[in-house]
Design a protein. Structure first.
Lengths: 212, 171
């Protein structure tokens, strides 16, 4: 086939509607978050003392952290879905979120006596956290991976890892309302592990499905 | 490209035709550098055009178009060299100086695309060939195959997507 002939075909296909990249990601976040919210409402629900702790800084920090992770990683995955995209701004937000969590850990270590560190780190429900954060992340993960596939990432493993981060952020945001462990020591350890696992899964899958 | 995305076909054709010699010059250069014959480079040109078409929504309208085109072209060239077992590293500078390259005529025949067309379903292949090689319009193709124009458009789009996917999977 001659190149001019191919161009005829491409021009004939130009009317085919294409979903703008950012809108695809927007729909993916929306769909993923709705499924995660439904699963949360049906199977978990908020913790019993939700009203009492709703205004405590440790509890709120979990939502700030997971919300920052979800939004910055989603923004970054949109950038990485463009061939020439780099996401300096989003990376800065991610780093800021990590620094904020680091500061919270330091404060926790200062205000809590050393004998209590271990108990706070292990918490009551660490295995719930390790299982439920990935579970709630699954729908956002599939939806965001599909949105990234619609794009054209030139670094598929990195793009996949960031999709994993974003979906873990969404899953963890919901799980945080159910989780009764609020210490930053707990969050950095168990949430951190769950988020890292999703990022690893995303890198492995992204390396396969995000090539184009 | 802006006009093309908004549905101006004439502008889209002009754009693709203007990009083609640029892509051809860089693909040939890359092939020669990789120790391969420049005559095979047309396959990369076609694969790149297909990717530009199918991924045009990944161009950020607020940014200049050429860096986006060059990134896609470089990736497709690297993929092609890798598939042919050569070193897949191409410096960006290769693309910087080739913008004003004069349009070259022939050979503009792609061989990969013919082989990959053979792997599509019969109906899809008919439709893609009818609109490309045989120069029929969507309407003519539809009446010849006794299909609706909508169905032809959908089949054409799926066929092009299948072709793009096959490039990556072929050894």
């Amino acid at each position: 086939m001659k190149t001019d002939d191919l161009i005829d075909g491409l021009v004939a296909d130009a009317d085919h509607p294409v979903l703008p990249l950012a809108r695809g990601f927007g729909l993916a976040v929306l769909a993923g978050a709705i499924v995660a919210a439904l699963l949360f409402a049906l199977l978990l629900g908020p913790r019993p003392d939700f009203a009492a702790v709703a205004a405590t800084p440790r509890f709120l920090l979990k939502f700030v952290e997971t919300g920052l992770l979800a939004s910055a990683a989603t923004a970054l995955s949109i950038r990485l879905a463009r061939p020439e995209g780099d996401g300096t701004v989003a990376v800065r937000v991610l780093v800021a979120a990590a620094l904020l969590l680091g500061a919270a850990v330091v404060i926790e270590l200062v205000v809590v006596p050393g004998a209590d560190w271990g108990r706070r780190l292990v918490g009551r429900n660490w295995y719930h956290c390790l299982a439920l954060v990935p579970f709630l992340s699954l729908a956002p993960f599939v939806a965001l991976m599909a949105a990234a596939r619609h794009g054209a990432p030139t670094r598929p493993r990195l793009a996949g890892a960031v999709v994993g981060l974003a979906s873990a952020g969404i899953g963890a945001f919901f799980y945080a309302a159910n989780c009764t462990d609020d210490s930053p020591l707990f969050v950095v350890t168990w949430y951190g592990l769950a988020v890292a696992a999703m990022a690893g899964l995303g890198a492995a899958i992204g390396g396969r499905v995000l090539r184009w | 490209m802006r006009a093309a995305i908004d549905g101006d076909r004439t502008a889209y054709r002009r754009l693709l035709e203007a990009l083609t010699p640029v892509l051809r010059a860089s693909a040939r250069r890359g092939f020669v550098r990789g120790g391969l014959g420049a005559d095979e480079a047309e396959d990369v040109v076609q694969e790149t055009l297909l990717a530009i078409h199918l991924k045009r929504h990944t161009w950020d309208r607020s940014q200049p178009l050429m860096p986006w085109v060059v990134t896609i072209a470089r990736n497709k060239l690297i993929d092609a060299l890798r598939r042919r077992g050569r070193r897949g590293e191409v410096p960006v500078e290769d693309f910087a100086e080739i913008l004003p390259a004069p349009p070259e005529r022939d050979p503009t025949e792609g061989r990969d695309v013919e082989r990959l067309l053979g792997r599509l379903g019969a109906r899809q292949r008919d439709i893609v060939r009818s609109i490309t090689v045989e120069d029929r319009s969507v309407a003519e193709t539809a009446s010849r195959l006794m299909m609706t124009e909508g169905a032809v458009r959908v089949a054409l789009h799926r066929g092009l997507r299948a072709l793009a996917a096959l490039y990556g999977r072929e050894p």
